[in-house]
Design a binder for this molecule. Structure first.
Ligand code: SF4
Length: 404
């Protein structure tokens, strides 16, 4: 079988796949195709590479047996190295005659719409054009379709654990070499699904908790994937696919809203990654819950020091502060009050701001605000400003302030 993967790029709260990042979706799909049959031929295209001659690119896709499109931007940003696939481009591919067409990624789960919370086109719109709109894990859906035919594939199929993911991840690592930005790529790595805060329902605006109970991926599986990516030529890695890096394998997950970090497990993970990639140049993380850091300062300090030991400079602990208005925090079941968020910034900045070999601070907090949350008033913005001024007055460094 000849399988084409079209990367229309993805951006979610826990996962980035806009260049120079390559997310897990196309890599896992490539691995699923090889796991189904090592003789399957996989070709990877980015939507940007197709735009050079769109009609010719569409014509080329017609020559494949299966076309898998990955797309979905649920946390829109400003991108410098790539432009996510447009709605019309998605439909153009959906209208192709010949190949089996499968749509996967956040767009298949939540729909298409660049305005964050508002979805302009629900997933049902794409069912007219694609043979399968994979609301589950697209790699597993592709695997089932290749193994059992279209009728044997459930669009909502989801991995129950990480056994197959670990296999697909290793077998699909080769596909990075087909990326136009290769080898200047950052490979996004997955450490777990869902968010420990699912026990309390999670933050009002967040879709991550929809995955249900947290399932952690073992350090050995991640290390094997890194080894395969490193062998394929990847030198830059980000442990970004998780709700809260500091909560990796945290004890009391499933019982506590903010479970206690497990520095031992974090060290096993980081040590394994470094051992698997001796020529690694970048090891960064994404997503840290300020509530975890404030509630567990001793363990969080340990994790921060581990990131200095095993990570590389220029790292960002992106923290969803969201708002500094206590009323908005309560209404939206957010994770930390302003005092806790400040303490989290202080702890990470005071340990992580030392300069690394390239002159950059090793690890700084990043601050994410979400605007437009239920309960906001004019005063909310004043409180947000005061929160930022307090950080400035305290002389603490942050890498960036992200406003969504
Ligand atoms: S802490 Fe809140 S925003 Fe972050 S992943 Fe969990 S539920 Fe979502």
């Amino acid at each position: 079988m000849r399988i084409a993967i079209v990367d229309g790029y993805t951006d979610e709260p826990a996962g980035l796949g806009v260049p120079p990042y390559i997310d897990v979706y196309p890599r896992y799909v490539a691995g699923a195709a090889k796991a189904a049959d090592p003789g399957n031929v996989v070709r990877y295209f980015t939507v940007d590479s197709m735009r050079g001659d769109w009609p010719a690119a569409l014509k080329a896709l017609r020559g494949f047996d299966m076309v898998v499109v990955i797309a979905g931007v649920t946390t829109p940003g400003k991108y410098l190295s790539g432009t996510p696939i447009s709605y019309d481009e998605l439909l153009d591919i959906g209208r192709l005659e010949g190949p089996v067409k499968i749509l996967g990624g956040p767009v298949a789960r939540y729909g298409y719409g660049l305005e964050g919370g508002s979805i302009a086109h629900p997933p049902s719109k794409f069912r007219r054009y694609f043979d399968i709109v994979a609301t589950g894990d697209v790699d597993l859906v592709v695997y089932e379709a290749l193994m059992h035919g279209l009728e044997g594939a459930s669009p909502s199929a989801r991995h129950e654990g990480y056994e197959l993911v670990d296999e697909f991840a290793v077998k699909g690592a080769f596909v990075v070499q087909q990326h136009p930005h290769f080898a200047n790529l950052v490979a996004e790595l997955e450490t777990y699904k869902s968010c420990p805060r699912y026990v309390s329902g999670g933050c009002s605006f967040c879709t991550t908790v929809a995955y249900g109970p947290v399932v952690y991926r073992r350090p050995e599986g991640i290390a094997r994937e890194v080894e395969a990516l490193h062998a394929a030529g990847v030198r830059h890695f980000r442990l970004g696919r998780q709700a809260d890096f500091y909560a990796y394998m945290a004890e009391d997950t499933g019982r506590e809203d903010l479970p206690r970090p497990n520095p031992e497990a974090v060290e096993r993970l980081l040590r394994g990654v470094r051992a698997a990639a001796p020529l690694l140049e970048t090891l960064h993380i994404d997503n840290v819950n300020p509530g975890t850091v404030a509630r567990w300062p001793r363990e969080s300090a340990e994790v921060t020091k581990l990131l200095l030991k095993y990570g590389t400079p220029g790292n960002v602990a992106a923290m969803g502060v969201e708002t500094a208005d206590p009323r908005v925090i309560k209404i939206n079941n957010l994770k930390a009050d302003p005092e806790e968020a400040f303490e989290a910034v202080r702890l990470i900045s005071s340990i992580g701001a030392v300069r690394g070999h390239n002159g950059m601070p090793w690890l700084l907090p990043g601050i994410n605000f979400v605007l437009g949350l239920p309960g906001e008033t004019k005063e909310t913005y004043e409180l947000n400003k005061q929160f930022l001024s307090r950080i400035l007055d305290a002389g603490l460094l942050v890498r960036r302030v992200n406003i969504r």
